[in-house]
Design a protein around this ligand. Structure first.
Ligand SMILES: [Fe+2]
Ligand SMILES: [Fe+2]
Length: 315
C-alpha cells in the first residue's frame, strides 16, 4: 500500500544547507518529461537567427506598449526617431539584465546540484538548463552588439547584492528568484515575438527564449514545491520575504536610466513620468498575475512579501 504513495516511495534525500528535502518518483517524472521536451525542441541561436540581416530603420526594439514611457505626456511629445531609439535601448537594457541574471542563475543551479546523483533526471535537466542559459546569454549579447547599444549594468550596490544572493541563496530562495525573473521576462517576450513593427532580431531571440524558458519555469516551480512540502512556517515566511526582495531588485533594475539619455530626453523628467505611469503599472500587474497565483498557492505570498510586490506594482 505504502508503495503506491509517491511520498513514501521517496528514494532520495537532499540536503539544503542542513535542511533535508525528500525527492519522490513523481518529482523525478517532471524532470524526465522536461528532458524529453528539451531533446525534441531546443534551438541553436547561432544558426537560428539571421545575424547578418540589416536592421530596418523604422522598427522598434520592443512593442511601444512595453516602453516604460508609453502612455505618458513625454511619449506624446517624442519624435518617432526618439521612440525607435528609446525602445531599442530599453530592450537591450532588459537583455543585459537578463544576461546578469542568467549568470547568477547558472551559479545557483550548479551549486544546488553539487554532488547530487548524476543519473537522476533532476540533475540532468538542471545541467541542460545551465546549457540553455549559456546560449541565451551569448544570444542576447550578440543582439545588443548588433543593435549597437553598449552594455547597461546595474549600479554598484545592486551588483553587490546580486553577488551576495548568488553566493548565499539556496533551495526555494534560489529557485524563487529564478522564477520571478523568468516569469516577468516571459510575458513581455510573448508580445515582442509577435510585434509586427518590432525588429526581427528581437522577435527571433524572444521566440527561442519563450520556448526554452517555459521548461525552466516548470522546473523552478517543481523545485519550489518540493522544498515547501515540509517547510516550517518560519522558514516559509523568511523565504517569502527573501524572494520578494529579489523580485524588487529584478524589477527595479530592469531598465537602466541611461536609456532616456540615449534617446535625447531629460533623464529626471523621464524617470518622474515613468514612476507615475499608470499604463506601466497595469502592465506590471497583468504580467505578474500568474506568478502571484503560484506564490499564493505555495504559501509564499505573505502579508510582508505582498507589501513588497505592491510597491513595485506586481500586485
Ligand atoms: Fe534564459
Ligand atoms: Fe531560464
Amino acid at each position: 500500500m505504502a508503495l503506491t504513495d509517491p511520498v513514501a516511495r521517496g528514494r532520495d534525500h537532499h540536503h539544503d544547507g542542513g535542511r533535508e528535502h525528500r525527492h519522490t518518483t513523481a518529482d523525478d517524472d517532471v524532470s524526465k518529461r522536461l528532458l524529453e521536451s528539451a531533446a525534441t525542441l531546443s534551438f541553436d541561436p547561432s544558426t537560428e537567427i539571421d545575424w547578418d540581416a540589416p536592421l530596418p530603420g523604422g522598427h522598434y526594439g520592443l512593442n511601444p506598449e512595453w516602453s516604460t514611457l508609453y502612455g505618458t505626456r513625454l511619449w506624446d511629445e517624442m519624435t518617432e526617431r526618439q521612440r525607435v531609439t528609446l525602445t531599442r535601448h530599453e530592450v537591450c537594457s532588459i537583455m543585459n539584465t537578463g544576461i546578469w541574471f542568467e549568470m547568477i542563475l547558472q551559479q545557483m543551479v550548479l551549486r544546488d546540484q553539487y554532488l547530487k546523483d548524476p543519473a537522476s533526471a533532476e540533475f540532468q535537466f538542471a545541467l541542460t538548463e545551465i546549457a540553455d542559459e549559456c546560449r541565451h546569454s551569448i544570444m542576447f549579447a550578440r543582439a545588443c552588439a548588433k543593435m549597437g547599444v553598449p552594455a547597461y549594468r546595474p549600479n554598484k550596490l545592486i551588483a553587490q547584492a546580486g553577488r551576495a544572493y548568488k553566493a548565499l541563496a539556496r533551495g526555494e530562495l534560489a529557485y524563487g528568484g529564478i522564477l520571478v525573473a523568468e516569469e516577468v521576462l516571459d510575458v513581455m517576450q510573448r508580445d515582442w515575438m509577435r510585434g509586427e513593427n518590432v525588429l526581427e532580431i528581437v522577435r527571433g531571440t524572444s521566440r527561442i527564449h519563450v520556448v526554452e524558458e517555459s521548461r525552466h519555469m516548470k522546473f523552478a516551480r517543481q523545485e519550489i514545491r518540493e522544498r515547501m512540502r515540509y517547510a516550517s512556517p518560519s522558514r516559509r515566511r523568511a523565504s517569502a520575504t527573501g524572494i520578494a526582495m529579489g523580485a524588487y531588485v529584478i524589477v527595479t533594475s530592469m531598465v537602466h536610466p541611461g536609456v532616456y539619455k540615449a534617446a535625447g530626453l531629460d533623464v529626471r523628467r523621464a524617470l518622474a513620468e515613468v514612476r507615475a505611469n499608470e499604463h506601466r503599472k497595469a502592465m506590471m500587474r497583468t504580467s505578474s498575475r500568474h506568478l502571484m497565483a503560484f506564490l499564493a498557492e505555495s504559501g509564499l505570498l505573505t502579508s510582508r512579501s505582498a507589501a513588497v510586490y505592491r510597491r513595485v506594482h506586481m500586485l
